[in-house]
Structure formats: structure tokens, C-alpha cells
Design a protein around this ligand. Sequence first.
Ligand code: SF4
Length: 496
Amino acid sequence: MSKPKRGHRKPEKGLLSGERRAFTIQFPRRPQAVIVFPAPYSAAIANLGYLTIWERLNKVPGFTCDRAVWNPRSKDMPRGMESGLPLSDFPLIFISSSFELDLIRFLDMLITAGIEPEIVKRGESDPIVVAGGITPTLNPHPWEPVVDLTILGEGEDSVLEWIDIYQDWILSGKDKERLLEASSRLKYVWMPGKSEADCHQAEYSYYRKDPPCSPVVHPQGHFGDCLLIEINRGCPHGCSFCAVCGAFPARFADTEAILQKIDDAKSLNSTKIGLVGAAAGDHPHLKEIVRQIIASGKEITISSLRIERTDSELLHLLASGGFRTVTVAPEVADEELRRKIGKRASDDDLVQLAKDSAQAGLYKMRAYMLIGLPDPEPLEKVVAFVKMLRREAPTSLKLDFSFSSFIPKPRSVWQDAVFASTKELNQTKRYLRSHLARIPGVSVKMESTRTERLSAVLSRGDCHVGEALIRSQRSSRPLEQELKAAGIEPERYLVP
Ligand code: SF4
């Protein structure tokens, strides 16, 4: 295999020329930092957290931050999109992570860029690496052997406060130990050796008045030519399997602030507005927001809707804005179990939603389901539930069921639960596939158990997992093999 080429290369002209930006900035030949999103461009341009931090960093006087994305298939030298510089030329690298597997891709990026992934082997002249985002906030430990420090919680203000410290340090002669020492005084900065009792995650206190909104749009984004706005953060519902409630306090952005932000971004000329947030469907003024967006002539999309709160009027409004697929999360087939895990919707609510959706002109309902729960339900019940919904829903509405294995997440009610065995999960998937495959108008999606098991090990992993992951990326041997070689049974993270 040929080695990725180093050296300065022309910036990503193709992609950049298709972008429309809310802010203009003249990037120097050598920006002071780069923020990495370890996934392809289409996902990065649709990730509001990543884009928001990138934009805010570039508003710091005298500071510029490039951005880099990663296509694991291409293995091209990772570079700053604005400058064309290889990752290793940046003195400061931020990594924004939303998923457990990001750590694997980030290691891949570092190794491809020729940057030593192991912190203890990096010297004074190597880049400082800073992690942020929901994944290291929930569990920073697998990141411990790789990153110099982690900013816990919401990054909007905290990253700027940390940049102040960084800029002072740059002026004062650059001794890495001094930077770490100064950084550790910030409550929301975590690093090895600092007690977690001394850490408090950062909170963005202006969220309601200043909800994040895309600073840049591109037609190749995951949601198309779409301006994203976060209308809610966190979630008040506390479902047993979900970490969102534990990660961020629940709140809704002010309606006026949302509409003002959309209006301010008029110059981006996006064809669609995307309303995002774990509990976006719960926004108390959702209909008013949707109505105003439709009246402005834009298309609309929304990340998720709450089954029991979504009525025919809202669906008609959304449909008039080009919305075609309703996404819901009943999670389980059994109503009682559904209530027990935190979901309030009944089967009747779901059937009514399906009927209203079809009547409003929507053509697909995507339903997220969980398998391998600590309190598993009989599989015949799941099959009966899918058949019931197919029977009751109008035939014009396609049903798309997405089954994921339950992964115990830190800070969720079930954080100490067992991750089901590979045998059990594979048997469950085989059963569901064979019983649901030939139902007309129903499609079924499932993730590979291997990938889910890897996510589960990382979800509750510690620094040994991070160390084994570095060895695994270097040797191309599976993580679990590397853990066993170090005398650690992977089951310890799966069956605590
Ligand atoms: S699963 Fe959805 S409703 Fe439940 S806590 Fe998480 S975000 Fe909220």
C-alpha cells in the first residue's frame, strides 16, 4: 500500500467552493489549531456540535482554527480543509466526538498522519490533543492514553476559556507541564491524575437565548442543503437505557431566539431547516416554529418526534414543508415494558400516528427498536408487534424498523447492566430477520453485533481499553485479542 503523502497541499477547493458560510475569515497559511471530526465530510457538515465549536474558536481574536474530516476508506493523509496542511503540522488538535467508535477512527487519523498516538511517547514538539463532545464527557477513560486533556460537558464557553489559558501559555515559553497544570484548575477539564470528584462538567448558560445554528451549509450534507438549529438540549424523560439525561441538563431554546437565528442565517440561502435535539418533538412551541418556517418558504425536517405528542395538525404542517419520513422510537413491543423503561406511548398512539402520517402524505415511518435489554421481551411479541403495526397502518406508509442492541451507557439508569452475549444477540437477529423479512411494506435494519460489542467495550472502558486500542490499531489485531494478551478479559466491560 502506498504511504499517504505529506507536505502542503492546496485546500479542499471542491468541497469548500460548494459551501455557504455565515462568517467570513481569512485563514492564514498556518492556522494555530485544527478541529477534527473523525467521519466523512457529509456527516461533519451535519454535526452542529462540531461546527459550533469550530465557528466559536474562529471568533477568538488572533486565533484561527482549521477543520479536518476523515474517510476511513480512503486513508488519505488527514489535512486541514482550509489550509491543506497535514494534521501533524498543527500545534493544537481538537477532537469532537459523538460516538464511542470515534476513538478508533481518531487513532487511525493520528497514525496515518504520523502523529504518535500514545501521550506518554509524545514530546514537547508534538501537538497538544484536546477531546470534547458527549462521548468523552460520559466516559473520558478510554481517551486517557491518547489525549492531553478532556473538556467535559458543553463546549460553547468552556473551550474559549481554555483557549485563554492556551494563548497565555504560548506567550510564556511553552512548557507542556505548565499548560496542563494551568488547565487542570478549570473545573471542567479532566486529565489523568485529576480526581473526578474535582471535576464538574461545563454548562452553556446562554443556551436558551443562543441556540447553536449551522455556521456553514453544503448540499452534500447528510440532511441535504439544510440549515440546522438545535431547539432542545438534554431530555427530561430519563429512559433507563439512555445517557442523554445524564449528559446535559434538559432545556428548550426560546422560540424567539430560534426564529431570530433562522432569520439571521437568511444569507446562507439553505433550502431546508432542520430542527435538532434529543427531545425536539417536545418543544412546547413546536407548531408555531414549524408554521413560521413553512411561511418563509423553506422545507423542514426534524430529528425525532414523540409518538404521543404528535398530532395530525403537526404532521400536516410538516408535510407541507416537504417532510416525508416520520422517525419514532417505541423501543420495545410490550406496552408495559415500554412504560417501565420510560416511554409513555401506547400501541394505540403509534397506530394513530401511522394513520395520521399517511393521511398527511408522509410515505415512511422509521421506528427504532432495542434488543438485548436487561429485561428482554419474548421475540414472538416483537414479531406480533411489527405485524400488528403493518396491519393497522395504511399500506401507503412504508415501515422501516431499525433494531439496535442495548449498550449500557455511563450515567444512564442501566449503566451497570449486562451487555448481552454475541450468541444471544445473533440468535435474536436471525429470528427477527427470518420472521420479518417477507412482510410486504416492512424493511428491517440491524447493525453488526461485532460493531455493537466494540461500542459496548468502549462505552464503559477504562484506560486499559484505550491502551489496547492503540496496540490494536498498530497491529491490526482485534481489540479483544489485545486486551486478552494484556491479561484483561473483555467480559469485564460487558458483564460487570
Ligand atoms: S430515549 Fe429519547 S425520550 Fe428517552 S431519555 Fe433518551 S432522548 Fe429522552
